[in-house]
Design a protein around this ligand. Structure first.
Ligand SMILES: Nc1ncnc2c1ncn2[C@@H]1O[C@H](COP(=O)(O)OP(=O)(O)O)[C@@H](O)[C@H]1O
Ligand SMILES: Cc1cn([C@H]2C[C@H](O)[C@@H](COP(=O)(O)O)O2)c(=O)[nH]c1=O
Ligand SMILES: [Zn+2]
Length: 191
């Protein structure tokens, strides 16, 4: 039976790079792999996944009829895998639909995304993925301030760490990956 995978990490942990290389691994073997992201994050351009290394991949956006769409494509030509970027922004219903693709169409679904927001709290999509995924892997990078593994994302406003504001706010330089100790040295975690 196909699995629902969740590969999570902080910002800069190689998520977009890995989704693009995973897609490449399937397609260079002649295996159809469908790539999706969310319309929330348009930093890379319209319907595009872009990694910091410079790799780019065209994608579609997740929508409420995603299960029917993948089923229709799969009936025309076998789909070997579905890959999803920015999965933290998906709703509970979206993740349920993705799990149906694994369970009823027998197609592996590999989701990449952040675990927590800049306040250290789970995003909705991340929470449901942690609840439902068959396999969960952490992608790693290093804390901005020390040499430990980064586990949190710190939002910077004019170079100053902040822990208040809207949860969803696009950006690159506005965030840095940090370890818990370095986060606590600068900000209070939400209690
Ligand atoms: N010029 C470069 N050469 C090699 N690696 C790079 C370069 N620029 C960025 N990276 C690496 O790319 C990774 C971030 O890639 P990306 O997939 O965009 O991250 P994420 O999607 O998790 O935010 C980091 O590990 C960073 O070190
Ligand atoms: C921590 C955090 C991040 N975001 C946004 C910022 C970026 O646009 C994306 C994540 O991009 P990645 O490089 O692919 O990891 O999410 C946000 O809106 N709120 C947050 O708390
Ligand atoms: Zn640190």
């Amino acid at each position: 039976m196909a699995k629902l995978y969740y590969r999570y990490g902080t910002m800069q942990s190689n998520k977009s790079n890995q989704i693009i290389t995973t897609h490449h691994q399937y397609t260079t073997q002649g295996k159809q792999c469908l790539a999706y992201s969310t319309p929330i994050d348009t930093r890379s351009g319209f319907k595009k996944i872009k990694s910091r290394v410079g790799l780019e991949l065209l994608c579609e956006y997740i929508h409420e009829n995603i299960y029917d769409e993948v089923k229709r494509i799969h009936e025309e030509a076998k789909v070997h895998a579905v890959v999803v970027d920015e999965a933290q922004f998906l709703s509970r219903k979206d993740i349920h639909n993705l799990s149906d693709i694994a369970d009823y169409l027998d197609i592996p679904v590999i989701c990449f995304g952040l675990k927590t927001n800049f306040k250290g709290e789970l995003f909705e999509g991340s929470k449901v993925l942690l609840e439902l995924s068959d396999a969960i892997d952490e992608l790693k990078t290093i804390c901005q301030f020390c040499n430990k593994k980064a586990t949190l994302n710190m939002r910077m406003l004019d170079g100053v760490p902040v822990n208040v504001g809207e949860t969803i706010q696009m950006g690159d330089e506005e965030y840095v990956p940090v370890c818990r100790k370095c986060y606590k040295a600068r900000l209070e975690l939400v209690k």
